[in-house]
Design a protein around this ligand. Structure first.
Ligand SMILES: Nc1nc2c(c(=O)[nH]1)N[C@H]1C(S)=C(S)[C@@H](COP(=O)(O)OP(=O)(O)OC[C@H]3O[C@@H](n4cnc5c(=O)[nH]c(N)nc54)[C@H](O)[C@@H]3O)O[C@H]1N2
Ligand SMILES: Nc1nc2c(c(=O)[nH]1)N[C@H]1C(S)=C(S)[C@@H](COP(=O)(O)OP(=O)(O)OC[C@H]3O[C@@H](n4cnc5c(=O)[nH]c(N)nc54)[C@H](O)[C@@H]3O)O[C@H]1N2
Ligand SMILES: [Mo]
Length: 721
């Protein structure tokens, strides 16, 4: 079948019908949606009542998804730039012209500089298996382009988790109702994992204690039984001290340790130095509270820990997750349903990754650049032999989500950089594009989803025809591949064929699940024991080399690593220095205590958590969402504000050596002194100062998995003049 023959549109329905869809936003909840369509127009969108996790409700973002689909600002046709870079002036062109221009540019750049002068820049604007993270990997691997390493989110956590427990599903979120002690650690569940909350609330109703550990008293912390404020990036100290207390006081499960763990004696020796008194100095948590937390956690079975992605965003984020991942085995928490650790249940899904990553199309040794350092890479940094001459952005908005915004803008402004952006809207990044390609939304494309917050496969039946000339990412790459003369089977698959390849359908977890049944039902739970019975590690069965929880990590000898999923399938690694095989403390790079020199100029820590009403920067341009989210604000403790003569509602300038931005100050005791908070996601061009917190974030990696260090940022705040 040639690319042109692939049917993109079905005939428009005439009677009101409901279609079962699935939300593909980058979110743990992966909701099952019901879309009403009348005369080919979507008129309503609701959460499926039948799907247990969605339970009839969507979030504030997707409840209003129709605003996005039908927004007058949608990019509906290919566009080419007619003004200066960044001015956002574009003119409509045909798909043929757009594809021909891109192909000819990619060819000429490839001939002159080599294909590594071209680089994709993509992330998780949509996370469906066929349209998401890996949709372009085959194309760029075949092209020989620079490999984009994409470790914005949980990559360090995944490395640490894999080293300790293996790629296990962990605790079933639905089993949380059975938990007696729930520790929510660096996660604002009520904003970012909304549909987990009812299970926590039910457990609480049944008597569970819910603890939240966060530098900010978030809406989740306010609903908890016990809120423990902590200095950013010091969570590792708390986890190590908890182990110290649990071991010293004999609160361990000796039988579980004996049967299902490796390295207990070494761990015991290691954590002896990490006393609660020491950890109190690091974290700012009173000594007694550390004892209480350790004892209660060990003595209320089953206890569960939910770690958020934010836990990894400091210099020692990896070792923090290593330490936390050791805790459940130490007390035998895994023995019962509702006991253990919840990181990413994504690992339970037998996704057929090779069918999307196509590592066999990649030339071994191809250059890898991490997107976290894209600003540097585009502006002469990183000592690149071959400069970057073309960038293709899809499923991402790097101007807002990458650190080092000033250099990113400088890079994207380069006249000699050819930039393509596939988008729904003219984002802060698309403003700098030479060519913009129109992308379909989740209502206009078919897809199939795993989840990183529950154990259901969901199916997205497209509910309306694509608006204008928008196409799914898969179709965009089919067109590009055809223009480049790529004829491998990987480039000829229809969307239906891609979906058919999404899973290993013969895997035990997929028993009873077929594409047909999914299309009709919209969702199905993986074939696993019920949440009332599921205790995946009651008898060990960890997915580490030893099959046990590895306090003493055998994988540490191989050095740091990034999972191939995050780097276009590439398994090439620099020979790594062996890592200390025992969990240990790495203090934040930028903090009052560890970097007094820098802190003398920039004494406040800036953290940039997710916005309630935006999904990363998605929805940041829509009126409804902006009204809910309100003006961008800096949360600052009244003591820190008053010391600077700052009052509530004043415009403040937040700055460090990397950049600055200005927003309104909100004096709020719910943020720890020494810490300031500005939610990420609002758009640069909508901001008064034409910049966002990303302009202040460093490009340094955390210790494991090349994780970002967004929370490891020192700043100063002053009244804006
Ligand atoms: N509404 C909404 N939901 C989302 C998203 C969104 O943008 N908006 N994004 C989705 C994505 S991509 C992700 S990765 C998840 C992320 O979801 P979460 O894991 O909840 O991540 P964040 O909101 O970034 O941060 C959670 C909390 O961690 C705290 N925090 C920051 N640094 C530290 C620290 O060093 N230690 C501790 N203990 N706490 C810290 C913050 O104050 C914040 O309250 O949410 C997903 N869901
Ligand atoms: N300061 C700071 N920065 C952060 C974080 C933080 O906590 N603090 N969090 C990091 C994290 S956890 C993450 S996950 C990343 C998120 O980074 P991104 O995945 O880049 O997130 P978005 O900002 O939502 O940008 C996605 C873009 O893709 C577009 N899009 C959506 N669907 C499609 C589609 O089907 N096709 C195409 N072509 N485009 C589509 C959307 O319109 C949107 O503009 O940000 C990271 N950046
Ligand atoms: Mo994320």
């Amino acid at each position: 079948m040639s690319v042109q023959d692939i049917p993109l549109q079905t005939s428009a329905p005439t009677d009101p019908i409901t279609i079962l869809g699935a939300c593909a936003q980058d979110c743990p909840d992966s909701c099952s949606m019901v879309v009403t369509v009348e005369d080919g127009v979507a008129t309503d969108i609701r959460g499926s009542k039948a799907m247990p996790f969605t339970n009839g409700g969507l979030c504030v973002k997707v409840d209003n998804y129709l605003d996005k689909v039908y927004s007058p600002d949608r990019v509906l046709y290919p566009l080419k730039r007619v003004g200066p870079k960044g001015a956002g002036e574009f003119e409509r062109i045909s798909w043929d012209e757009a594809i021909a221009t891109i192909a000819s540019k990619f060819r000429s750049i490839s001939e002159e500089f080599g294909p590594e002068a071209i680089m994709p820049c993509n992330y998780l604007g949509t996370q469906g298996i066929t349209q998401g993270l890996n949709v372009g990997d085959a194309f760029f691997n075949k092209l020989g382009a620079t490999v984009a390493e994409r470790t914005y989110c949980d990559a360090g956590s995944c490395t640490a988790y894999a080293m300790t427990i293996g790629d296990s599903a962990g605790v079933d979120p639905e089993s949380f109702v059975h938990s007696k002690y729930i520790v929510i650690w660096a996660a604002n569940v009520m904003s970012t994992n909304l549909h987990l909350w009812p299970y926590i609330a039910e457990a609480k109703k049944r008597g569970a204690k819910v603890v939240v550990i966060d530098p900010v008293k978030t809406r989740t912390a306010k609903a908890a039984s016990w809120y423990i404020p902590i200095r950013p990036g010091t969570d590792g100290a708390l986890a190590l001290a908890m182990m110290n207390v649990i071991i010293a006081e004999g609160l361990t499960d000796a039988d579980y340790i004996d049967k299902y763990t490796v390295g207990y004696d070494e761990l015991t020796e290691r954590v002896a130095q990490y006393t609660p008194e020491w950890a109190s100095e690091e974290t700012g948590i009173p000594v007694d509270d550390i004892y209480t937390l350790a004892r209660e956690y060990a003595q209320n079975a089953p206890a569960v820990i939910r770690i958020g992605v934010a836990i990894e965003r400091s210099a020692g984020g990896g070792q923090t997750v290593r330490a936390i991942s050791c805790l459940p085995a130490l007390i035998g928490a895994w023995r019962k349903p509702g006991g253990g650790l919840l990181q990413l249940p994504l690992w339970a899904f037998p996704v057929n990754w090779p069918a999307f990553l196509h590592p066999e199309l990649q030339t071994p040794g191809t250059r890898v650049i991490n997107l976290y350092q894209l600003g540097e890479a585009l502006t002469g940094g990183l000592n690149l032999d071959t400069p970057l001459k073309a960038l293709m952005v899809y499923n991402s908005n790097p101007v807002v989500v990458c650190p080092d915004q000033e250099r990113m803008i400088a890079g994207l402004s380069r006249e000699d950089l050819f930039t393509v952006v596939s988008e729904h809207f003219i984002t802060d990044t698309a403003d700098y594009a030479d060519i913009i390609l129109p992308a379909t939304t989740q209502l206009e494309q078919d897809d199939i989803n795993f989840s990183w917050g529950h154990l259901f496969v969901t199916y997205n039946n497209r509910s309306i025809q694509p608006r204008g000339e928008a196409v799914p990412n898969s179709e965009m790459f089919r067109r590009l591949a055809a223009a480049m003369g790529f004829t491998d089977a990987a480039f000829l698959r229809s969307d239906e064929e891609l979906i058919a390849e999404s899973f290993d359908w013969d895997a035990p977890a997929m028993e009873g699940i077929t594409i047909e049944s999914l299309k009709q039902k919209g969702w199905q739970r993986l074939n696993l024991p019920s949440p009332d019975e599921y205790a995946p590690h009651a008898e060990g069965n960890f997915r580490t080399p030893s099959g046990k929880t590895e306090f003493l990590s055998s994988m540490a000898a191989g050095g740091n690593f990034v999972l191939p999923l995050f780097r276009q399938g590439s398994n090439d690694h620099q020979p790594g220095q062996p890592i200390d095989p025992l969990p240990h403390y790495i203090a934040p790079n930028e903090s009052l205590r560890t970097n007094p020199e820098l802190a003398a100029r920039y004494p406040l820590n800036l953290i940039t958590p997710k916005s309630h009403a935006y999904l990363n920067s998605s929805f940041g341009n829509l009126d409804f969402h902006r009204k809910v989210q309100k003006e961008p604000m800096l949360l600052i403790n009244p003591a820190d504000a008053e010391a600077r003569g700052i009052g509530n509602g004043d415009t403040v300038r937040i700055f460090n050596d990397r950049g600055e931005f200005s927003v309104l100050a909100k004096l709020d005791k719910s943020v720890l002194t020494g810490v300031t908070v500005c939610n990420m996601g609002y758009w640069r061009k909508n901001a008064k100062s034409l910049s966002t917190p990303a302009s202040l974030n460093p490009t340094r990696f955390a210790d494991l998995g090349n994780a970002p260090t967004f929370s490891d940022t020192l700043v100063q705040v002053e009244l804006a003049s």
